[in-house]
Design a binder for this molecule. Structure first.
Ligand code: EPZ
Length: 418
């Protein structure tokens, strides 16, 4: 077990490069199973979820070569269609492999996936969509077992714009017979990135980002080289940290377009934000004013993955805020930890009611999930005095070189084994 020890109160100055997007790289890795040719994913982020996804690919028989920055995947020797529980439980995106593995083997067996404990996280939309493509699915002893003679294109209407279900169906449909239309598809930038990679591999996918994705099945896919989009959630986390601590922080290799809902809120708070091509600079030297409300929504609405971070910011703004979490049932587990740091925050059902206090006080707090853990780090950086953030393995799942980047900006943080 490891923890962060943080001495709060430093303003943040300087520039950091944003990693490639965790939530793009994971489905992109699943897509590499669809071809026997080599696929090179550039600038892989150094995070646990990616390492676990690589373990799963290796378990399927794929060969992977990592040169410290880029990852080459060769699936020509893939010979296994089963993902055991000890690997599937590590991360939610093991689920995305269902579509790819079924497309390759016409069989798939996967234990129910893991991932952050932020809600029920059902898989019904994934399974319903795959059934519409001709997949027979049974569930037994905690495993999802899929069989199909031939994948056939079909029209699929998603009850809600699920990111993972959209991606899983795209992966299963690219080599199906005929055309698949996904309606009420997720519009996240990561969906567009997956479309871009698949088309780079020779697929015929269009409409990602529009809410309706059309996939014309092709016979074969080829290898390619691909640079994923920047991680909008890592970028948003650093912008919020800068807003809370004060100072002037530049993010490079970032796509402001994918962060517009957050930039709008931070400007409303009183932050000065300059966007120049793939750079964003945030400057703040005073106590901010609360935004009245934040409601998480599917993209392009305010991202649920930044809910903990913006709520933490509101805790030290002037005024009151209401933050509503509309996507996941239990994504406020970080709130009792913030209260230990002096936050005045009450959660009733899906709403967090915040009254701004002057500053956080340093305390020992526990990370319960990836984004809540990152939010606690930002609170500790802005707090008066020393803090410890325990169980930071949750944070390692999605933030590469996190303490290195924070120290580069002037934050006083060290990783300690306990
Ligand atoms: C993806 O999870 C992301 N993970 C999550 O990021 C993100 O919070 C989420 O999308 C929403 O943006 C990855 O991409 C690896 P969903 P996913 O299916 O695909 C309901 C992070 O911190 N739903 O879009 O699991 C579900 O209950 C992680 O990086 C069903 O009802 O999310 C939720 O209310 C956390 N049935 C809503 O859809 C289903 O079959 C959105 O979930 C699937 C989902």
């Amino acid at each position: 077990m490891e923890k962060y020890v943080i001495n709060g109160g430093n303003k943040l100055y300087g520039s950091v490069d944003v990693q490639t997007a965790k939530n793009s790289v994971l489905p992109l890795l699943a897509a590499t199973v669809l071809t026997d040719e080599k696929v090179k994913i550039l600038s892989i982020p150094d995070i646990t979820d990616v390492k676990n996804m690589i373990k799963i690919l290796s378990r399927l028989g794929c060969r992977t070569v990592f040169d410290g920055c880029n990852l080459i995947i060769d699936s020509s020797c893939a010979d296994c269609y089963e993902i055991p529980s000890e690997l599937a439980h590590e991360l939610r995106s093991s689920l995305f492999l269902l579509g790819s593995v079924i497309s390759r083997f016409h069989m798939a067996k996967i234990a129910y996936p893991g991932g952050c404990d932020i809600g029920l996280r059902p898989v019904d939309l994934h399974l319903t969509g795959l059934k519409r493509l001709g997949v027979d699915i049974t569930e037994e002893n905690g495993y999802i077992i899929c069989k199909c003679d031939k994948l056939r294109g079909n029209e699929i209407m998603l009850d809600c714009p699920s990111v993972g279900a959209t991606e899983n169906i795209m992966l299963a449909a690219v080599k199906a017979e005929g055309t698949t239309v996904i309606k009420n598809a997720a519009r996240e930038p990561e969906i567009e990135d997956l479309q871009k990679l698949l088309n780079c591999m020779g697929a015929k996918v269009r409409g990602a980002g529009s809410g309706t994705v059309v996939i014309e099945g092709v016979n074969e896919l080829n290898g390619c080289e691909f640079l994923p989009i920047p991680d909008r959630i890592e970028a948003g986390t650093f912008l919020i940290a800068a807003a809370m601590c004060g100072g002037e922080v530049e993010l490079t290799r970032v796509c402001a377009e994918n962060l517009s809902s957050l930039l709008h809120k931070l400007r409303e708070n009183g932050c000065k934000i300059h966007v120049n091509n793939d750079k964003i600079v945030l400057e703040n030297h005073r106590r901010l004013t609360s935004v009245k409300s934040v409601e998480t929504q599917p993209y392009p609405g305010f991202p649920t993955d930044l809910q903990a971070q913006i709520t933490t910011l509101c805790c030290i703004c002037r005024g009151q805020s209401i933050i509503t979490e509309n996507l996941f049932e239990t994504r406020f587990k970080y709130v009792p930890e913030l209260r230990k740091m002096g936050a005045d925050i009450t959660v009733i059902n899906r709403n967090a009611f915040v009254r701004g206090v002057e500053r956080f006080k340093g305390a020992t707090v526990v990370a319960h999930d990836l984004r809540g853990g990152a939010a606690l780090v930002t609170a500790a950086l802005a707090a008066d005095g020393m803090s410890s953030v325990l169980d930071i393995s949750h944070i390692d799942r999605g933030y590469g070189a996190f303490e290195y980047k924070i120290r580069k900006l002037g934050g006083d943080i060290v990783r300690v084994s306990v």
